[in-house]
Structure formats: structure tokens, C-alpha cells
Design a protein around this ligand. Sequence first.
Ligand code: SAM
Ligand code: SF4
Length: 484
Amino acid sequence: MITNPVKRPMVLKARLPLPRPRNIGSRRPRWGPLGAARVTLPAVSRSYHVTTFGCQMNEHDSERIKGMLESLGYAEAGSRSDADLILFNTCSIREAADSKFAAHLGEAKRIKREQPGTVIGVGGCWAQSVKEEVFARFPFVDVAFGPGQVHKLAEFLTSDSLTAQGFFEFEGFTGHLPAKRARDFQGWVQISVGCNSVCSYCIVPSTRGREVSRQPGELVEEIRRLADDGVREVTLLGQNVNSYGRDLPRDCRITFSELLRKVDAVPGIERIRYTSPHPKDMREDVIRAHAELPALCEHIHLPLQSGSSPVLKRMRRTYTRERYLDRVALIREHVPDCALTTDIIVGFPGETEADFAQTLEVAEAVGFDGAFTFIYSPRRETEAATMPDQVAHEVKVARMERLVEVIQRRARERAQRFVGRTVEVLVEGPSRNDPSRLRGRCRHNKVVNFDGLGEPGDLVNVEISAATSQTLSGEASLLARAAG
Ligand code: SAM
Ligand code: SF4
């Protein structure tokens, strides 16, 4: 654990002093959206603590935040109370995420009362959704920034500004910022930001704005750099990855499947994943790419949301139950063994027992390998929040239990197809329940716990002997051990 060796004296002055790296002078870094700052700053004994809520996009932004802070001379602290800079990268997709964050913010407030020099920052979607209001509601917050504003945090920390500041205009991608990856051999790459869909329950279009795709050349360059740095698996991120490219200038416009081909061609990249595609944009060329590209994994996360066409219509998902099932059939035709996972919302306004029964039917029929299931949560300024016939909480909870039973049973049944097979596992480290075993993921994105030898980042062939709804279990194959 890295602790903060030098605690600043308590100065009871609003927002003073900021934990700025000393001796920067005129060499202040500027991370604009286009130009990458590469200024080496003197080491300083400042520390940060980042708490991340929500999706992989946020996890990825936090890697950028950490990388950027470390190039400013900050070190990661083991706990909030040891940090000079306490940051929250927030989510606002569901109400539960908001209230969880509010509780953590209360702890930060207490720390700041005891150590007034501590700087508190709030970034991400929740910050974007409330904007300047954050300072009125939480006067102890020093800096707030939206998802497209990560680089502004560095400018704030290295500026002479003594007043609280908010940065909320989207300016660019974080791709040029340094990143502190959680695992050396896995990298996330944001291919687009924002979303042009208008799903009536979703706050994302208002927090992350219209869809903007990154230039393919820039993406391939970033992935090459990751591969040179030891990354074997990349996950392409976007709110709707498979509508990628439509907004690009004509001279560099390519489709999502063409981008997949370019990534597949990068030497050293052995696994490609992406999340999330939208069923309305899941075309045959993307599905075929799964059958044709060696690095593209046999797993598709295809959010269903509801199995009832009338509910899908009110959700403004722009596909029907039949179109969804047709996409599943096409996937299974081209890649019969492909793992399918999904997102499902229960208790959307007006969802009747008959609508819900249709969701259960689709879950039974498809047999998902896994699912994220959500209780519908009204979000401010979304169309669905004011729709009539909001479903009672007890009804939502009861439906959720029934849905989880079907999802888990079908996932357990589907997982049995792996028993007796040998799967390739990318080792992540020791198993969580039994540290004498190893844990990793196979190409189908199932967690695999196994007996055998391997280092994080190794690819090991594992013979599967047992399967539950969530995990596979086995032993490194004799051949793999002989080769090792
Ligand atoms: N863009 C992706 C898509 O269209 O599937 C996912 C975005 S969202 C971060 C992840 C999931 O959160 C959604 O697929 C949906 O199931 C769920 N979600 C979004 N808004 C919600 C709400 N208001 N209540 C409950 N679940 C919600
Ligand atoms: Fe939200 Fe719909 Fe866009 Fe996904 S596609 S981010 S659910 S608006």
C-alpha cells in the first residue's frame, strides 16, 4: 500500500491549498483533445484515490485519469483518507448508482473536514447530468468534469485557479492520454463516444451526447502501441459500437466490420472483444467477421431489454422481438458455438404480466450464456420517467426473481457443452475462491478456474470437467503442460 508520506498542514481556507506538483513553472502540461502533452514533471509526494462506478467505459476513463495523474507525479493511495486528491468517476444509469455514490461522497466530505487541503473531484456521467449544480449541492467539491473532459482535470490541478471549476463541454477522446491499465495484457479502446439512439429509459444520450467516431487510422495506431506494450486482448468500447463510422468524413469512413478486420490484422492482438452492439445495427458482415477473423472472440453481447414488441416500441429500441430472434438465428447459423449474453430490464412502465411472459419466453428460447438484469429505474429527463403505469416495486422484484431463475438455469444448461472440451484460457491470476488454482477467461468470455501453471497474460489450454451458470472448472491440458 502506498501511503501519503507528507500530509500538508491544515489550512482552513476554502479550496486551499491545491495539491499541485511543485516547480512546474512554465512547463505546465496541456492535454488538449488533439495534442498530446509529453512533459516530464518532477516527482512530487502527492497521492490520489479514484473510485469508479458503472460501466467499462468508466473503468477505461479511470485508467486514463490514473495514467494522467501519475505522469503529473501523483502516486496511488491505498485509501481515501491517505490521498491528497479524492476522485469519483460516476455513473447515473440507475438510481442505485446515484445513491451509492452519495454515500461515498459523504465520507470524502468528512475527510475534507479533518484535512481541509484535500481536493475532491467528481467526474463522469452523474457529474455531467447535474453540471454546475454539483457545487451548490456539494459545496466541498473542488472540480467536476464530464466524460469528455478528463484532460481538464490535469489543467485544473496544475493551474493557479483557487476556485471550484466545472468542465462539461465534450472536447475530445482520451485516447492520447497516458493510461494505467489494470492488467498489462488487456486494453480497452474507446472507438466512439455518445449515442444517437433515443431509448426512452436511458440517460446516456443526455450525458454523453451525440455519437462521434474516432478516425480508424488513429485507432489502429493506438492498438499497435498497445500490442507493442504487451497487450494481447483488446475490447473496443462504445455505446453502440456497430454503428461506428457513420459520422466519419467520406475519405476515411469505414464500417464496424471493416474496423474489426483492421484490428485483427495488428500483430500481437490475439483476442478482440467489443461492447455494446445494438441489435438494430447487427448486420451480417459483423456476424460473418466472427466466423472469419481469427482474433475475434466467439462471444456477442446483444442487449435484448425486453422480449415484448409493444414494450420494445415504447422503449424506442427500433427492433421487434422477431427481428431480435432473427439476429440470434443468423449468429447461430454463422457461428454455431457463439456465446450470447444480454441486458434485460424488468418492470418498464406499462409492462404487463403478458409482456413479461414474453421476455421469459425469449430467455428460454435463446438460452443466453449470461445476462445483466436490471430493475427499471426512472431517470431524470428521460421520456419513460413520466410514462403512465409505472410498475410497483414489489412487482418488479418478483419478476426479477423469476427472470434470474430462467437466465441461470439456461446458462447452466448451455455451459455443459464445454464439459469434456479443451478451451484456450487467458490467465488473469489466482482463483478468487482457491488461490492454489488459476483463473482466467476463455474466448467465450466464461470465467475458468483451473489447476495448472501459468502467469497472468499466458494463454493456456484447459480441459473442462465441470460447469455452472457462471464458471467453468478444469485442469491445464497435458499437452499444454508438456509444452510448458
Ligand atoms: N448502449 C448499450 C445498449 O444499448 O445496450 C448499453 C448502455 S447502458 C450503460 C447498460 C444497460 O443499462 C442497458 O443495456 C440497460 O439494460 C440498462 N439501463 C439503462 N437505463 C436503465 C434504466 N433507466 N433502468 C434500468 N436499467 C437501465
Ligand atoms: Fe442508452 Fe439506448 Fe444509446 Fe444504449 S442505445 S446508450 S440504451 S440510448
